[in-house]
Write a protein that binds this ligand. Structure first.
Ligand SMILES: Cc1cc2nc3c(=O)[nH]c(=O)nc-3n(C[C@H](O)[C@H](O)[C@H](O)COP(=O)(O)O)c2cc1C
Length: 197
C-alpha cells in the first residue's frame, strides 16, 4: 500500500472540504491510501499550548507523516495572497527532514481557497511550492488536458486545485472545482505509486 499525505490548514472549512475531495481522488487509484492530517492554529498570544489531539477532525500532522508518505498534497487558505501562518509555521519546523533530504524526490501537489475570484489563488499556490522545492520535492500541477480547467468560471488553475468561496466563505465547491480536486488527487497518487516502485 502506498500512503499519500493530505496535509491542510482550514479555519472556515473550505480547504478541509477540498482536502477530502483530493483524498477521494487519491483513493480512486488502486493500492493508494490517503492519510489526512491538519496543523494547529497559531496565535500572537500564547496563553496555553494546543492539546496533542484536536477535539474534532483530522489529527495533527507529525514530521513522521511527511517522512512515511510517498507523496504530499498540501492545502491552505489564501492569507493576503500567500499560505496561512499555521501551515508556514509547520513547514518551518521541517528543517531536520530537509537536512537529511528525507523528502527529496517525492511528488507534491497544492490546493487553496480564496474569498475573492482574483484574490491570489495563483500566488498562493506558487509560493506554497517554494519550500517544497527546497526540500527537493517534485511539484505537480494540473494539465489542460483536463476539460474543467477550460470550462471553470470560478476556481481551478494549472498550478493546483482552487476554490472561490465568496465574501462570506459560503459558496459551494463547483462541479469543475470538485473535478479538479479529484483529478489532482488521482494524478498525485499515480505518480506517488510509480515513484515508490
Ligand atoms: C487574514 C485573512 C486574509 C485573507 N486574505 C485573502 C486574500 O488575500 N485573498 C482572498 O481572496 N481571500 C482572502 N481571505 C479569505 C480566505 O482565503 C477564504 O475565506 C478561504 O476560503 C478560507 O478558507 P477556509 O474556509 O478553509 O478557512 C483571507 C482571510 C483572512 C482571515
Amino acid at each position: 500500500m502506498t500512503d499519500v499525505l493530505v496535509l491542510y490548514y482550514s479555519r472556515g472549512g473550505k480547504v478541509a472540504q477540498m482536502a477530502h475531495l483530493v483524498a477521494h481522488g487519491i483513493e480512486q487509484v488502486a493500492g493508494v491510501h490517503a492519510r489526512i492530517r491538519t496543523v494547529p492554529a497559531v496565535s500572537t498570544v500564547c496563553e496555553q499550548t494546543e492539546p496533542a489531539v484536536p477535539p474534532a477532525g483530522a489529527p495533527y500532522a507529525q514530521l513522521s507523516d511527511l517522512e512515511e508518505c510517498a507523496g504530499l498534497a498540501l492545502g491552505s487558505p489564501t492569507r493576503f495572497g500567500n499560505m496561512a501562518a499555521p501551515m508556514k509555521y509547520f513547514l518551518d519546523a521541517t528543517g531536520i527532514l530537509w537536512s537529511r533530504g528525507a523528502l527529496a524526490g517525492k511528488p507534491a501537489a497544492l490546493f487553496t481557497s480564496t474569498s475573492t475570484l482574483h484574490g491570489g489563488q495563483e500566488s498562493t499556490l506558487l509560493t506554497m511550492m517554494i519550500p517544497l522545492l527546497h526540500h527537493g520535492m517534485l511539484v505537480l500541477g494540473l494539465p489542460y488536458t483536463h476539460p474543467s480547467l477550460s470550462t471553470t468560471t470560478s476556481g481551478g488553475t494549472p498550478y493546483g486545485a482552487s476554490h472561490f468561496s465568496g465574501p462570506q466563505n459560503d459558496r459551494s465547491i463547483s462541479e469543475d472545482e470538485k473535478a479538479l480536486c479529484l483529478a489532482l488527487g488521482r494524478r498525485l497518487a499515480e505518480v506517488s505509486r510509480k515513484l515508490q516502485r
